[in-house]
Write a protein that binds this ligand. Structure first.
Ligand SMILES: Cc1cc2nc3c(=O)[nH]c(=O)nc-3n(C[C@H](O)[C@H](O)[C@H](O)COP(=O)(O)O)c2cc1C
Length: 679
């Protein structure tokens, strides 16, 4: 078996299939980005030795198809010069092993040299993707392969004690990608800032009788976005200054972008808008003069590079968890306005790409692309509406505006597996194919509505007081807030719960230290019992409210283990409890690879509930994306991939770093805010 260097075009499904053939044959495959490799003429020539010059080219490159380049009439030096200036012209893939080199996936040579027979799965004559680097990724793989791509991605991006998932070897913080996407030449619509004067109190208890949920309008949309995805503060420490937002994000890198689709909304022209959180404005991406059913929708997308810049291959997971946080943030903010939020599950990735304009090559040019994730509809009781998908943009009545900014002019790395897993996990089904939740668990504790100040004041704890013990009632309340109920934010989630938190309880009054599990769906208990260690007790907890399906698995002190599992982060040991979100995994993804994204969203929802609920108890939480996957699975006795942990979280009393200065989120508008309307 050989170790092969496989130079590919990132995101190309054909290259992905070819790699899989090599992997299946037992070879180790190291994928490299052919487009960003620092080629020299000599290095390229080494791949082409036995081939005529015409066969050095990627026949699908636009310049060859259009006849601009005629490979039969070009000499070797001119060909190499062209390829060095545009690597899309190079025949793909290039494969290298122990001094042996190959250009193109030549079936005979592959079989002879590598023993990979039966290339029936590799379409003959289709070696290359025909789309340019900055374009939408290649078509999604066949259904049967999609799940395998997702499962393989998950496996290779696990952190292990001796080897973390592949990421950049060095980070130059001065080169961090711009955290704010903007669209140049898009008309900008100023949103009001009025969260500070929201009339609503927690639980709506103090709601004046004459106060009704506001209609869908520019003003109320401003409040919604301010309280969900807007900036919550600027922080300063020495020469460093960074923004925080109402929604958290792994590494504060904020890959999630939001788009508003408005039809018949007061104060807004019909069309598509990008939410620019830096200045709390909408940037108009398109104007539509077609007649559309009225409504207000928000689409979320991810710029994977923002996250991959720091976290490498594991970044796709973090982007998806961030989407879950953003979704819950939207639901809570809408709750403060008295609005409903519904997930438009029928809108598949292809239609969402068209709706959000993220597939428009001409508007992105060489800017980092965005991957659409989901769409929600906002519904105000002021105008009850059915759940509908927005009508597609009609080219004859739509004018597009704006050019996406480049976030990172000098990307040092590329992680092709992210494009691959993104492509494999796109949604390609209709709502009818979904599993709908049957019943909510019985119980009394609904997740209650946090106040606007709680949302704006939410922060991740960076250190915890290791002496502090939390009250049992608060612990049970936090656990209960994770149970699905027909209240916000869970009313946005129409799916059977698949995420079950496993707690390391460190310091909770009257709750002995130990390992506990909260079974969020009754039907999952038998599966969990079968999957987890036979030695676990599955004891009901004395003093625990009867409606809470919480079980003690094993007594004992777990701080050291929790810390090790959490990549040695002290926040996992010094808190009152830490948890890992055990998720129904392999079977779900085999049914539908898109669920790989959806499971991470559910984990993100749980995270956001914990963040806000902890704040209401004068506690604080922190999401933990850095954990040793299989170390956690092993301590639970898991032997298969039926369950996997997707996200960890920790809660305690935070110690604040007083050296860091906090500044208002929109200082330049603070004075003007006095005159801004209340929705
Ligand atoms: C998916 C996810 C993973 C995270 N992982 C970690 C982690 O491993 N360690 C940590 O200290 N913070 C982690 N955080 C917290 C972020 O660093 C934090 O949200 C970000 O710095 C923004 O700060 P804020 O939450 O106070 O707004 C994570 C947050 C999210 C959403």
């Amino acid at each position: 078996m050989s170790t092969l260097i496989f130079y590919e075009k990132p995101g190309c499904a054909t290259n992905a299939r070819q790699k899989r053939l090599l992997l299946d044959a037992g070879h180790e495959v190291i994928a490299r980005d052919l487009l960003s490799e620092p080629w020299t003429a000599q290095r390229l020539r080494d791949f082409f030795t036995a081939l005529p010059v015409a066969d050095w080219f990627n026949r699908a490159a636009p310049q060859l198809k259009s006849g601009e380049i005629d490979p039969a009439r070009i000499d070797a030096q001119a060909a190499l010069d062209l390829m060095l200036s545009d690597p899309l012209l190079i025949r793909r893939p290039l494969i290298e092993a122990d001094g042996w080199r190959l250009a193109g996936f030549d079936a005979a040579q592959i079989e002879q040299r590598l023993g990979v027979a039966g290339n029936s799965k590799v379409p003959q004559g289709v070696e290359q993707c025909s789309r340019p680097h900055a374009a939408t990724p290649c078509p999604v793989p066949q259904d049967s392969e999609r799940a395998q791509v997702a499962l393989a991605y998950h496996e290779r991006t696990k952190h292990r004690p001796d080897r973390y998932a592949s990421g950049p070897e060095t980070l130059d913080w001065t080169m961090q990608p711009d955290p704010f996407r903007t669209f140049k030449d898009s008309p900008s619509v100023r949103l009001p800032l009025c969260a500070g004067r929201m009339a609503w109190a927690p639980d709506g208890a103090d709601l004046p009788e004459e106060t009704h949920p506001p209609a869908l309008s520019l003003d109320s949309l401003g409040a919604l976005l301010e309280l969900s995805l807007g900036l919550s503060a600027w922080k300063e420490y020495g020469p460093d200054r960074w923004a925080l937002r109402c929604n958290p994000s792994s590494g504060n890198l904020h890959p999630t972008e939001a788009y508003v689709i408005a039809h018949d909304i007061q104060g807004l022209e019909d069309g598509l808008y990008h939410y620019a959180s830096r200045n709390h404005v909408l940037e108009q991406r398109c104007r539509s003069t077609a007649a559309h059913p009225s409504g207000l929708w928000i689409g979320l997308s991810s710029i994977h590079w923002r996250e991959a810049w720091k976290y490498g291959e594991r970044a796709f997971r973090y982007c998806q968890i961030d989407v879950g946080h953003a979704l819950a943030a939207l639901r809570y903010a809408a709750g403060l306005l008295g609005w409903q939020v519904r997930l438009v599950a029928s809108c598949d990735s292809r239609r969402l790409t068209a709706l959000l304009g993220t597939g428009r090559d001409q508007d992105y040019a060489s800017a980092e692309r965005e991957e659409p994730d989901l769409l929600v509809q906002l519904i105000s009781p002021a105008h009850p509406q059915a759940l509908v998908e927005p009508a597609p943009w009609d080219a004859a009545h739509t004018s597009w505006m704006g050019q996406a900014n480049i976030l990172d002019p000098h990307p040092m790395y590329h992680w092709p597996v992210i494009d691959e897993v993104a492509s494999a996990t796109e949604s390609n089904h209709s709502e009818a194919a979904e599993t709908r939740r049957q019943d909510y668990l019985p119980g009394t504790c609904a997740t209650h509505l946090p106040a606007a100040e709680v949302i704006m004041g939410r922060r991740s704890a960076q250190r915890f007081d290791p002496q502090f013990t939390m009250a049992a009632a608060d612990f049970y309340r936090l656990a209960a807030s994770l149970l699905p109920h027909p209240h916000l934010p869970w009313d946005i989630w129409d799916y059977a719960p698949q995420v079950h938190p496993v707690f390391f309880v460190h310091r909770v009054e009257d709750v002995p230290a130990g390992l506990y599990i909260l079974v969020r769906e009754a039907g999952a208990e038998a599966r969990l019992r079968a999957a987890l260690s036979d030695e676990f007790e599955w004891q009901r907890v004395a003093g625990c409210p009867a409606h809470l399906p919480l079980f003690r698995l094993q007594a004992g002190k777990w701080q050291k283990v929790a810390r090790v599992v959490s990549c040695q982060q002290a926040i996992a040991a010094d808190s009152c409890f830490t948890l890992g979100m055990l998720t129904e995994f392999e079977h779900s993804i085999q049914q539908d690879a898109w669920r790989y994204r959806q499971l991470h969203w559910e984990a993100g929802l749980l995270g956001q509930v914990l963040y806000l609920e902890a704040e209401t108890l004068a506690l604080r939480g922190t999401g933990i994306g850095c954990f040793l996957d299989d170390a956690f699975h092993e301590l639970l006795g898991l032997r298969s991939r039926h369950f996997q942990s997707l996200y960890h979280f920790t809660v305690g009393r935070a110690l604040t770093d007083t050296r860091i200065t906090t500044l208002p989120p929109y200082p330049e508008r603070a004075a003007a805010a006095e005159t801004e309307p209340t929705p």
